[in-house]
Design a protein around this ligand. Structure first.
Ligand code: 5GP
Length: 191
C-alpha cells in the first residue's frame, strides 16, 4: 500500500517559551520580499551579501524565491559573545571575497537591534564604492534603535526581547529552529 506523505509540524523545542513567528509565516514573508527584489532589481544583477552566521538560513531560503540574476558573498562579524546584550564592538572575522565596486549590493542581515553592527558594516562597504547599497533585514527591533539606519526591506518588526531561531543563536545554539521565538528564562539565568 502506498505511503501517504504527511506534514507533521515539528514539535517546539523545550527551551522555547513562546513562538513569535512560525516557519510558514517567515517563508510567506520571504516570498513577498523576493517579489519586491525582483521588481527593484529587474534590469540589474544583484550581489547578495549575507552576514554570517545569523543570515545563513535566510540567504538560502530567500535566494530560492528571487528570480533576477544574482551573485553571492558573505561576511562574518562578531558583535555578541554569549550574552544577550549588544556590546557595540564589531569585529570583521571574514571579509568579502570580491570587489564590490560598481556592483548592486544587497546586504542581508538577520536582525537590526541597536543598529551598531549594521552602521559599522555599511560604512565599511560604502567606502568600497558599490553602484548601490541597500539592506534587507528579516527582523528589526524599532524600540532598541540607537543608530537610525534605512533598512529597505524589513521582514518583521519585533519587540525589544531576545529572540532565537531561524539563524539566530544563544551561545551558538538554536540557529536551526525553523521558527523564531523567545527563550525560557531558566536557559540563560543560572541559579
Ligand atoms: P545590533 O548591533 O543591531 O545591536 O545587533 C546586531 C546583531 O546582534 C545581530 O546581527 C545579531 O547577531 C545580534 N542580535 C541582536 N538582537 C538579537 C536577538 O534578539 N537575538 C539574537 N540571537 N541575536 C541578536
Amino acid at each position: 500500500m502506498p505511503v501517504r506523505q504527511q506534514r507533521e509540524p515539528a514539535p517546539v523545542h523545550p527551551d522555547i517559551e513562546r513562538v513569535l513567528l512560525t516557519g510558514d509565516r517567515i517563508q510567506a514573508r520571504l516570498r513577498e520580499m523576493a517579489a519586491l527584489i525582483d521588481r527593484d532589481y529587474a534590469d540589474r544583477e544583484v550581489l547578495l551579501v549575507g552576514v554570517l552566521k545569523g543570515a545563513f538560513l535566510l540567504m538560502a531560503d530567500l535566494a530560492r524565491y528571487v528570480t533576477v540574476p544574482m551573485r553571492f558573498d558573505f561576511m562574518a562579524v562578531s558583535s555578541y559573545g554569549s550574552a544577550t546584550q549588544t556590546s557595540g564592538v564589531v569585529r570583521i572575522l571574514k571579509d568579502l571575497e570580491q570587489d564590490i565596486g560598481q556592483r548592486h549590493v544587497l546586504l542581508v542581515e538577520d536582525i537590526v537591534d541597536t543598529g551598531l553592527t549594521l552602521n559599522y558594516l555599511l560604512r565599511s562597504l560604502r567606502a568600497r564604492r558599490p553602484a548601490s547599497l541597500d539592506v534587507l533585514s528579516l527582523l528589526t527591533k524599532p524600540e532598541q534603535v540607537r543608530v537610525p539606519i534605512e533598512v529597505r526591506y524589513v521582514g518583521f518588526e519585533v519587540p525589544g526581547v531576545f529572540v532565537v531561531g531561524y539563524g539566530l543563536d544563544y551561545a551558538e545554539r538554536y540557529r536551526n529552529l525553523p521558527y523564531i521565538g523567545t527563550l525560557r528564562r531558566s536557559v540563560y539565568e543560572t541559579p
